[in-house]
Design a protein around this ligand. Sequence first.
Ligand SMILES: [Mn+2]
Length: 507
Amino acid sequence: MAYETLQDFLTALEKAGELRRITPLVDPRLEVAEIADRVSKAPTRDGQYPAAGRAPFGPPQPQFGTGACNQALLFEHIQGSSIPLAINTLGSYQRLQMALGCGSFDELAARIAELARPELPKGLRDKVRRGWDLLKLAGYAPKVRSGAALCQQVVRTDDADLNQLPVIQCWPADGGRYITFGQMVTEHPETHVRNMGMYRAQVFDKTLTAMHWHRHHDGARHFRAWAKLGRPCPLAIVLGGESVLPYAATAPLPAGMDEHIFAGFLLGRGLDLVRCKTIPLDVPVHAEIVIEGWVDPVETILEGPFGDHTGFYSLADRYPVYRVSAITHRKNPVYPTTIVGKPPQEDYYLGKATERIFLPLLQMLIPDIIDYDLPMFGVFHNCAVVKIRKEYPYHARKVIHAIWGAGQMAWTKLVIVVDEHVDVHNLDAVLFYVAANVDPRRDTFIAEGPLDILDHAAPAEGAGSKMGIDATRKWPGEGTVRDWPQEITMDAATVALVTKRWKEYGF
Ligand SMILES: [Mn+2]
């Protein structure tokens, strides 16, 4: 089972040995981030990935993670704030699975696949939409409750002050301090469809932040709908709550699909919501802290730079201004936060969960895909490795082009396709076939298209070239192909014999 509050989750983590308390006074500017970065790159307690001794990306730092293991951290004393801070809570497969209340991400993938199955659908869109409608009917829609709410035990309006929160600065060249782990709740002014996304908010003042979202984010779409009416967009920043919320807020749901319902699906029951004190929105009852306020329809502020998940700083730019009207919280709240930077960080595991959980939906779009992997070095948009059962010449190229047209997968800069017997999750195995099976002129190709907005190497922002590598065994009809040699493998009878006699040999 997933957990109702962040503090319930932290208690469970501590029981499982997955949480470390840090008691000395720590500076929220950089010091927290440096500790969290080392810990997120240290080996997990069960020896899971990343393997012990594996160096992080970037310049060598041999002292990295020494004596630490990858655990969630609870900082009890942060300079300038009386509120404890939790970080790296989701930064391993085990902790994220605990947060989602599942034994493996594949379990959730199977539940998603089930949603799309029983229909007689016309197209993928219908299928998915129908699936989501079923979610609502199945009782996963949120319910608004009246009465006392945990997240409103303390209400501050005139005395609301963001500086009382232990907001961190992540990296030295960052523009300032950022709220990084808030679930941002908005509602469309006309359709009243809710959205919950995770965007960063740079804190400028007691009651002033920037609202950082990109054009294609649902929150930005809602904001534009409000701005069109000439009205400020009410927005709540929800910190904590049910342990499934951070994942639900970051999952790549189709636009217009309410993350609150998806969170209910993950949780196994609808979320309980409560009406905010100063804005017309409903927020999860079990949140630690809720920031209420309005995004200005016109005014912008220079936001950034920000050390991003690409491993590089995103440049400063102008973003809408957010004015806080209230801060509500439970008595003795815990403030959750995260950092991004060179992987692995918490967001790596959130992305890996999506890779697994959304595989059935990707397969509905591109049935040729048997499995795929988004390797850590590719920070999600830079590289995908795909496995197919090759059935005709240039089959791999067809799949690569399909990926470049598939939702958020379309931003993938490098796509590598391998045959079905290759383990796509083993990077060395993949590179073996890239090196062995590829004639660079024949088997690589380049196309132009949209790219990740954060790709600093792209010649223009969000646009540039992509590369496909066909590392499958070549067939006649795929350019010049000589007789393809047989790959070496031992015959099954010998393998069985040696396995049977293994102990006899004295091993
Ligand atoms: Mn959304």
